[in-house]
Design a protein around this ligand. Sequence first.
Ligand code: CP
Ligand code: NVA
Length: 333
Amino acid sequence: MKQKESIVGRSFLTLLDFTTEEIEYLIYLSEELKEKKKKGENTHYFLGQNIALIFEKTSTRTRCAFEVAAHDLGIGVTYLDPKSSQIGQKESIADTARVLGKMFEGIEYRGFEQTKVEELAKYAGVPVWNGLTNEYHPTQMLADILTIKEQFGKAKGIRLTYLGDARYNMGNSLMIACSKMGMHFTACGPEKYFPDRELVKRCKQFAEETGGSVTLEEDVEKAVKDRDVIYTDVWVSMGEPEDVWKERIEDLLPYQVNKNVMEKAGENAVFMHCLPAFHDGETGIGKDIYDKYGLKEMEVTDEVFEAYADVVFCEAENRMHTIKAVMAATLRK
Ligand code: CP
Ligand code: NVA
């Protein structure tokens, strides 16, 4: 495994901090590590090192991906949930960072404001990896680019439409990732759910350099016609108040990914989702929404979800290979 000098020792907080070439390297490294995993090869490159995982929001994929990837690299893991540590309540982020930085070679953080993970990185003195904040979800982006490469043989030139709430971590991050990779990104939803104007401006500049594009569109028919990837995410994200559901359903139901959307996208299009997804009534929140609003499926219909389940669960698997690459690229050997 060959490390790239410019990335070693760095934190991974948002793809805004990484060049197209560096992102491409992380994808190649993910491919290499995925192949080694499939062949059962030993990848204990960091034996004896330790990392801390801080989760102030819940997780299935990201936590498991970090834990499995760390074990595969020979790294020990300590998991801290929001209630079992002093973080935030009795100890500041800066002090926590300085403590953990003395004991661990790397720190993963999932939480609320991006400023928190930035502060952690500023004081830790070791690489900090953003496992999701309100604003960004950069490790998810690497898994998505890898999945797109596996589906289409390339990322550059691929046309991706994201439907729903594009102001939050997934909309922002996909816009950055696509524009950095020379892809054509469209955010589709009511105007009030469009990403931050300043961020759109920056991404349009990246796209100009890479041959990609960034478009914002309220009209579903226009946004989904002849696309390669149709992407969506939950309408209400972790940490948002429950009382926004009513408004979100009213605003975003017209942007649900259903059979009609996939037909318009074309027969080669695939559906992707970062997960977890509300595609049936088999979840606690799903049941509550059904009782209150009579809605069984939300951002994606069960029919579409199941038709593209292979892609979506490969995408979930790729979280592990790409997170492994992020750790392997940034930790000092
Ligand atoms: N996609 C994703 O981040 O999933 P988790 O919330 O389960 O980690
Ligand atoms: N937007 C979602 C993404 C989950 C992976 C959330 O923040 O809850």
